[in-house]
Design a binder for this molecule. Structure first.
Ligand code: SF4
Ligand code: SF4
Length: 174
């Protein structure tokens, strides 16, 4: 059954539309004098809040050693297949030969990355972190693929809590 809703008659002031116009002007004036929230990007850059999850990067420990052991877990969990790790063996005569592997190359295709952070969650070495970068651009698709050296350069240093550089016995003695 149809319900008929009676329309309320407008008062004299409502029919002039002045209250609505004045309330709209009041909001405009209030915002005109309010502190500015817009930035002249890119000349002005926003403050990045702590814990912001930007583009993924690789990090070194405080001695400048690369943390990634090319286990490929991040590549496996990445839902958009943005990561490609090329593992290689650490030379047998190296003092770190017991670590076994390190990446010959490590690529992250930023045109595929969805900033989900799963790579960071999965990494057993805390070698990959979500950085603070939020604006990544290039003229070509290939320009959006970041390689190992760039990723380490952008990532910088994060002190090592994993201590993979010590052999298991030395770690246990600590
Ligand atoms: S943030 Fe997500 S999509 Fe981007 S590389 Fe890591 S796992 Fe892949
Ligand atoms: S970044 Fe972490 S998860 Fe990815 S290959 Fe390196 S050690 Fe493994």
């Amino acid at each position: 059954m149809a319900i008929i809703v009676e329309r309320k008659r407008l008062s004299f002031w409502e029919r002039t539309y002045l209250p609505q116009i004045l309330s709209g002007l009041y909001i405009t004036l209030k915002n005109f004098f309010a502190p500015k929230v817009t930035l002249e990007y890119p000349d002005q850059q926003p403050v990045i809040p702590q814990g912001y999850r930007g583009a993924p990067v690789l990090v070194c420990d405080s001695d400048g050693r690369h943390k990634c052991v090319s286990c490929q877990l991040c590549e496996f969990v990445c839902p958009s297949k943005a990561i490609k790790v090329t593992p290689s063996a650490i030379p047998e005569d190296s003092q770190y030969a017991f670590i076994e592997k390190g990446p010959a190359d490590f690529q992250i295709d930023m045109s595929r990355c969805i900033y989900c952070g799963l790579c960071q969650e999965a990494c057993p070495e805390q070698a990959i972190f979500m950085g603070s970068e939020f604006s990544i651009n290039a003229y070509t698709r290939a320009g959006l693929v970041r390689h190992k050296d760039d990723l380490y350069k952008i990532g910088g240093v994060v002190p090592d809590k994993i201590m993979k550089w010590q052999k298991i016995k030395e770690r246990e003695a600590k």
